[in-house]
Structures are given as structure tokens and as C-alpha cells.
Design a protein around this ligand. Structure first.
Ligand code: C2E
Ligand code: MG
Ligand code: MG
Ligand code: MG
Length: 291
């Protein structure tokens, strides 16, 4: 068909586009089957109390074990899932798996270790999201206090009324609410006071510049002071080095998450690497410094 037009360059471009389109379409078809074919996985990344080294939370991070492409991180399929309206199904799977793992934590007397679940804007906008989440947690015989939801700042700002009701439903039941990637969205600070928040997750772009000197920017200090004043937990994301850890700790940050403590791990590997102590659990040296 292309050849008949005698436009080789156009022909090439068109074929390329077709291939790209076909690849996306086939990935979308694969993704639609991923739940049924048991290809989704949750990895968990520890959140650590900087003072004591105790494990206080686990962030659930979705992975897709693709039969040909291998283990895929969310960057390569979450947007696709949203466009194809598959995110609700994926989110349901995440919550079910997180409930199974939370039940194991409970058996091990680790109920205080919260499982943090990422919720995309699209999931968040669904009618009845909060009620369905609470129903699932109740059906698993678990306490909402074992869970936290992470919502990116920009998604909180979309529809204040809906957001307020939804978060109130979750928070009243005991689910902790975290603002993810805090500091990267363009938003007014007023919402920090009007929403029932529990945690600010300081985006890793603020942690990255803490280099050899260990000096902390005025912005980070201000965020930490604000979190303290509002009685919110602050979790530093992307802590990769002992210098970053030390500097943040000295600046009053209480909780850290990042490769310095642990990469995201499968639940089984993570559990195997925990050492139980009176009143909690710490990572053993092998699991805390895997690189
Ligand atoms: P996020 O919620 O901000 O998650 C943190 C991301 O930073 C994770 O990437 C994690 O592996 C990575 N990370 C952790 N520590 C370090 C570090 O020290 N250095 C660096 N450079 N990176 C670090 P991941 O797993 O690829 O997830 C990317 C994003 O995908 C997440 O960002 C989250 O927004 C989204 N996501 C993950 N799981 C889910 C899910 O189940 N549902 C939804 N809706 N979104 C998810
Ligand atoms: Mg997150
Ligand atoms: Mg984040
Ligand atoms: Mg992020």
C-alpha cells in the first residue's frame, strides 16, 4: 500500500508507527491478562526509624513478571494501565496481596509495621474506593491500622470535596494517609491542615543533593519543621548513603526509606532478613546493605 505512493520515507515512518502501535496494543492485551495469569508481584521496601533502626513500614511496589520482557517496574506499565482502564483491577490485586502479607505480619506480632499502598489518581477518583478498600481489609480480618495509602500531592488537589470525604472515611477507620513525592506538585499548603494526613514523604529530589558535605537545604529544613508543627510523620525518600541518613537524622527527620537501608524485596526475602527484638524488628546486615 505504501509502495504504491512511492514515498519511501513516509512508508518507513508509517511502518515504524504501526510497529510501535502494535507493541503497545500487545502489551495492553498482555496486561489485561496479567492478573488472571498470576504475573503480578509485590515487592516491599522497608521504612526505617532513623534513631533506632526499627522497621516501621513497608511500601508495596508493584512489579509485572512479563513472560518475555522479564520483571517490569511500574514506570513501564502504570500509565498504560491507566489509559486502558485496567488500573482498578491492578489496584484490587495489590490490595488483596497486601492483605495476605499483612496477615502474615500479624501472625509474627508485626502488626505495628504498616503496609503502605500506592493509589493512583484514577483509582482514587473511583466512586466507593474508600469503602471497598475498608471492606476488603475487614473481609481479611485485619485492622485498617495496619495500612497506609500513599497519594501523590497533585492527585489530592483535583477535587477537594471528594478528596476530603474519601480521606475522612479512610482516616476515621484508622488507615494512615501519606502524601507521596511531597514537594514536587504545585499546590497550596492549606490542604495540609484541612486533610486528615498522617505522613509527608519528602521526594527524593530533595534528598539527592545532600552530598559529601552533608548540608541540608533550607527547603528540607522547612518541610521537616512544618511536618513537626503539624504533627505529621516525615519519611525521607531515596536515602542512598550514610551521609544522607546522618544529615537527615540530625535535621530531625525520623523515618527513612531508600537503598541505604534496603532495596525493594520480595516479602519472603524480607521476612527472612528480619531480626526480631523486644518491641519490633530490625533488618539484619545482609538485608540492609545488599549492594
Ligand atoms: P513511589 O511511590 O515514589 O515509590 C518509590 C520509588 O523509588 C520506587 O520505584 C522505588 O523502587 C524507588 N526507590 C526506592 N529507594 C530508592 C533510592 O534509594 N534511590 C532511587 N533512585 N530510587 C529509589 P518503583 O518501584 O519503580 O515505583 C515507581 C512508582 O510507581 C512509585 O513511586 C509509585 O508512584 C508507582 N507505583 C508502584 N507501585 C504501585 C501500585 O501498586 N499502584 C500504583 N497506582 N502505583 C504504583
Ligand atoms: Mg509511594
Ligand atoms: Mg514517592
Ligand atoms: Mg515517585
Amino acid at each position: 500500500r505504501c509502495k504504491a505512493r512511492g514515498r519511501n520515507s513516509f512508508c518507513f515512518y508509517s511502518a515504524e508507527l504501526q510497529r510501535a502501535g502494535a507493541a503497545t496494543l500487545s502489551l495492553e492485551n498482555d496486561l489485561a491478562q496479567a492478573v488472571a495469569r498470576d504475573q503480578l508481584r509485590l515487592h516491599y521496601q522497608p521504612q526505617i526509624a532513623m534513631e533506632t533502626g526499627q522497621l516501621v513500614g513497608l511500601e508495596a511496589l508493584l512489579r509485572w513478571q512479563h513472560p518475555r520482557l522479564g520483571l517490569l517496574a511500574p514506570a513501564s506499565f502504570i500509565v498504560l494501565a491507566e489509559e486502558a482502564h485496567l488500573m482498578a483491577d491492578l489496584g484490587d490485586w495489590v490490595l488483596e496481596q497486601a492483605c495476605r502479607d499483612a496477615a502474615v505480619l500479624r501472625q509474627r506480632d508485626l502488626e505495628h509495621v504498616k503496609i503502605a499502598i500506592n493509589v493512583s489518581p484514577q483509582q482514587f477518583q473511583q466512586a466507593g474506593f474508600a469503602r471497598r478498600m475498608l471492606a476488603r481489609i475487614a473481609a481479611a480480618g485485619l485492622s485498617p491500622r495496619q495500612f497506609e495509602v500513599e497519594i501523590v500531592e497533585t492527585s489530592l488537589m483535583r477535587d477537594m470535596k471528594t478528596t476530603q470525604n474519601l480521606l475522612a472515611t479512610l482516616a476515621d477507620a484508622g488507615v494512615a494517609i501519606a502524601v507521596d513525592d511531597f514537594g514536587t506538585g504545585y499546590s497550596s499548603l492549606g490542604y495540609l491542615q484541612s486533610l486528615p494526613l498522617h505522613t509527608l514523604k519528602l521526594d527524593r529530589c530533595f534528598v539527592r543533593p545532600i552530598s559529601q558535605s552533608g548540608s541540608i537545604s533550607p527547603i528540607v529544613r522547612a518541610v521537616l519543621a512544618m511536618a513537626r508543627g503539624l504533627e505529621l510523620d516525615c519519611v525521607a525518600e531515596g536515602v542512598e548513603s550514610p551521609i544522607q541518613h546522618q544529615a537527615l537524622r540530625e535535621a530531625g527527620c525520623r523515618i527513612g526509606q531508600g537503598y541505604h537501608y534496603s532495596r525493594p524485596l520480595t516479602f519472603d526475602v524480607l521476612l527472612a532478613g528480619l531480626r526480631l527484638q523486644a518491641g519490633g524488628a530490625v533488618l539484619t546486615p545482609t538485608s540492609s546493605h545488599p549492594h
